[in-house]
Design a protein around this ligand. Sequence first.
Ligand code: COS
Length: 382
Amino acid sequence: MIRDEESLAALVETVRRFVADRLVPLEAQVDHDDAIPEALVDEMRGLGLFGLSVPEAYGGLGLTMEEEVHIAFELGKTSPAFRSLIGTNNGIGSQGIVADGTEEQKAEWLPRLARGEIIGSFALTEPDAGSDAASLRTTAELDGEDYVLNGTKRFITNAPRAGLFTVMARTGGPGAPGISPFLVERGRPGLILGKVDRKMGQRGTVTCDVVFENCRVPAHNIIGGVPGLGFKTAMKVLDRGRLHIAAVCVGLSERMIVDSLAYAMGRVQFGKPIAEFQLVQAMLADSRAEAYAARCMVLDAARRRDEGRAITEEAAAAKLFASEMVGRVADRNVQIHGGAGYMADYAAERFYRDVRLFRIYEGTSQIQQLVIAREMIRRAQG
Ligand code: COS
């Protein structure tokens, strides 16, 4: 749902210009330094980018899902590290509170997340609980008015810079019903950050382990105040997050298609631009058709969500298709660039490494397949 076409067009144009003028020129530097310049973070705050999905009542822009994916299409057109910086505040780091938080929790945290005053982070994954999220082992034991957390979380995006963690921990028995989501502020004794992970790509994005050693958290920090609903909160947050990631994949595909086309039209071999050769055209056309299909899927799923319909299946399908598709587009982009595509001086090499993560995080492609098939069977059984 687009509430006001004109305002959205103005916002999209602002973000498009910011991406083209400020972010694209810094891509190589961010990859090299593995860090985003602090001045840019301030500019992102100024543009309201940290609060895209936070309701207006709490200081955000309160975008609908359809509006948000239009912004994600634009943010996708540069290194994913820039989007990742604001990604957790708009997605997994805030949406648990938006969906299930108490009024006090919303009032306390959402305005600060929306302003980008603090970074939110989502701690679900563990060394032995990745795809099988419901098997997580971090414990939260009630002791007086507090819960005491113990356990290790792994590959936690933005943890090194986070001020607030949404931590999934086990308060009850085994499986999904035993899990509760806690809001844990940075600086609590017993919350320890590991060293920053070294990664294949998406340099400038930071992840690390988050370790809890007898970390005391007040019982009222459980999101929604009721224990045992953590897994459902996590799944709702992921439904939404998967759609956002799919939109980012569409944006990055579109960027790489522009790069591929420009290179193919400028590169002369056998006496003419390689864009005139049909085998190169086939690669360009396949990328274009697939990116268009993914864009349509993302928009359709976003509209359904805005209508209040369940989108578990559609979000998984969009994430599955768009993340696999962006991998193929990145591969063709390298191929069209030939030897130059393998050289680190060209964005093609960097994007080839960057996109690999999309098929893994917020649920692997295999998890998306499983979610889609389960929904199909569930519906068929009535
Ligand atoms: N929205 C709301 N509730 C949901 C839900 C969704 N999308 N998906 C599941 N639930 C609910 C179920 O309805 C069930 O509740 P009831 O018992 O009351 O019916 C409960 O949550 C448990 O669900 P389920 O039995 O389906 O859990 P499983 O352990 O079988 O696991 C998968 C489900 C595999 C889908 C889940 O573990 C998953 O998504 N794994 C990937 C995790 C991931 O994406 N990690 C990436 C890192 S986080 S950035």
